[in-house]
Design a protein around this ligand. Structure first.
Ligand code: 2AM
Ligand code: CA
Length: 250
């Protein structure tokens, strides 16, 4: 299938899932706590993941499917693999904070190939195909050319690993002193897209999972940004790692 056709089919599915987030019946969503501090899952996370699994595998039946709400350890080294977060920003969703996205990454032979991140609250569809640039809705996007001193720093607090909290806030304080200000959205996928769209200059979080960053990392790279672990190595796509994303200058 042509990349453009494939991307179109994926964005159609993701948009439908965004509608479910928008029209979720507040209060009817049963909340379960997963392992770790502030690590929640709702019926909607599970329901949207089921829809994504069914619809995405209809588009590419040969693909492996890895989703946040299932403990799947399938190999992504060969062929296509969808790496999916049905709701990135689940705590925001529970609080009705309007800062949650659907994130679908597609890898090919273990490399990032396509990324789709949809914010239903703002109706913003971020997309990228490897080697073809990144888009927001129908237009191309590019990272900013601002230095850190004139930049916004986004960060995640890795809230389910309490032992990382102190270091997260120390780093945030260091960046706060060097940059214009800091922000914390609660969705790593959205933060990566915000740097990609030139709305912020840097994002970091000490521990994330592949479904939080595969799609957003490709979108950022295709928008001209740079993303590595905090140590400067490549992000791992089969297992979690830390994330440091910049516009390439900050
Ligand atoms: P979520 O909303 O899909 O759970 C918040 O700091 C960021 O970390 C969000 O993108 C959040 O995704 C993600 N996150 C939540 N729980 C996590 C976990 N157990 N491991 C890694 N990342 C997680
Ligand atoms: Ca999630």
């Amino acid at each position: 299938m042509e990349p453009k056709e494939l991307l179109g089919k994926i964005t159609d599915v993701v948009r439908e899932c965004g509608e479910i987030i928008l029209h979720a019946e507040r209060g009817k969503s049963r909340i379960d706590e997963k392992a770790g501090h502030a690590n929640f899952v709702t019926e909607y996370d599970k329901r949207i993941q089921q829809i994504l699994r069914k619809s995405l595998l209809q588009i590419l039946p040969e693909a492996v499917f890895v989703g946040e709400e299932e403990d799947i350890h399938a190999s992504i080294a060969k062929g296509y693999a969808f790496i999916v977060d049905p709701i990135d920003g689940t705590t925001n969703f529970i609080k009705d904070y309007h800062m949650s996205v659907v994130s679908v990454g597609l890898t090919l032979d273990g490399e990032k190939y396509m990324g789709v991140v949809y914010n239903p609250y703002s109706d913003e569809m971020f997309t990228a195909v490897r080697g073809q640039g990144a888009c927001l809705n129908d237009g191309p996007i590019h990272v900013s050319s601002q230095p850190l001193s004139n930049g916004l720093v986004l960060f995640g607090t890795a809230p389910y690993y309490e032992e990382l909290a102190k270091r997260s806030f120390e780093m945030a304080y260091d960046y706060f002193k060097k940059a214009l200000d800091v922000r914390r959205s609660g969705s790593a996928a959205l933060d990566l897209c915000s740097v990609a769209a030139g709305r912020a200059e840097l994002f970091f979080e000490l521990s994330l999972s592949p479904w939080d960053y595969v799609a957003g990392a490709l979108i950022l790279e295709e928008a001209g940004g740079k993303v590595t672990t905090l140590e400067g190595g490549p992000l791992t796509l089969h297992a979690g790692c830390s994330v440091l994303a910049t516009n390439g200058i900050a």
